[in-house]
Ligand binder design. Structure first.
Ligand code: CIR
Length: 267
């Protein structure tokens, strides 16, 4: 089994803005508390450091209430950063704001060509394939523009469907290792993970599906004991993290960082 899909040296995070209270959400369950969000975000970054990440922390962008969800405006693969085009109008500018940071870190930075849209939250990478879920944020034009860029890096791209009421493909799925996916029963039932081993989240615990495998740890949002039990039993080292404030904005663990390896450290 190879492991470059989950062995990383670095993570890039952006602290939540005070304007996070204006962040997008499908259902309004109340605005996040910026101080609590910042504290949960700090604990998240500490956990990544503990797992071996050199974490680069970017200052908040007040003009972009959702900009702490830094996974969405870029894709980082094999020493290349691809600047995406987020599909929510209020988030479009996040990509260009992030680009100079990526240029300072990566030997190669490319732009998604054309006018289509792709959110990083719709992209799940294994060692060999890049699955991209069509969603309300990611369209076919965007995915077709992404295809040659990831093929140049040696991956095949596979288009999958994100069920209509799920924000992003990775809202309900995560890579656990090169051959294993954690997913909700609903997403797994679409057949998109055929060929992989699938561990399903326990009933009423679908929010556990947005997890992160980072080196030897699997991070899961706290409050999903039966899913954690399944992961324990399967042999993973699970760490639970509070994600109460990100959850109010339909976000989870994976959305809050870009995770990647840079062979020679930062460029
Ligand atoms: C949004 O709707 O764009 C944000 N409130 C949440 C983004 C979560 N990102 C992700 O799932 N990758």
């Amino acid at each position: 089994m190879t492991d470059h899909s989950f062995r990383f040296t670095h993570a890039l995070c952006r602290r939540p803005a005070r304007s996070c209270t204006q962040g997008l959400r499908a259902v309004d369950m109340g605005a996040p508390d910026p101080d609590l969000f910042d504290a949960e975000h700090a604990a998240y970054m500490d956990a990544l450091r503990h797992a071996g990440a050199m974490v680069t922390v970017l200052e908040p962008l007040e003009d972009y209430p959702d900009s702490c969800f830094i996974e969405d405006p870029a894709l980082c693969l094999k020493g290349t950063a691809i600047v995406l085009r987020p599909g929510a109008p209020s988030r479009l500018g996040e990509a260009q704001a992030l680009k100079p940071v990526l240029e300072g870190m990566f030997p190669e930075v490319r732009d998604l060509p054309g006018t289509g849209f792709v959110d990083g939250g719709d992209i799940l990478c294994s060692d060999t394939e890049v699955m991209v879920g069509l969603s309300a944020r990611t369209d076919l034009e965007g995915v077709n523009a992404l295809r040659p860029l990831v093929e140049d890096l040696g991956y095949r791209l596979r288009i999958v469907e994100t069920p209509a009421d799920i924000l992003h493909f990775k809202t309900e799925s995560s890579l656990l290792d090169a051959e294993t996916i954690l997913a909700t029963p609903k997403l797994a039932a679409t057949g998109c993970f055929d060929g992989y081993r699938v561990i399903e989240t326990a009933p009423l615990e679908h929010a556990a599906a947005n997890a992160i495998r980072f080196n030897d740890h699997v991070f899961v949002s706290a409050g999903h004991p039966r899913t954690v039990e399944r992961l324990d039993k399967a042999g993973y080292t699970v760490v639970e993290l509070p994600m109460t404030q990100a959850a109010l904005l339909d976000g989870g663990l994976s959305c809050l960082s870009l995770r990647f390896s840079l062979a020679g450290g930062l460029t």
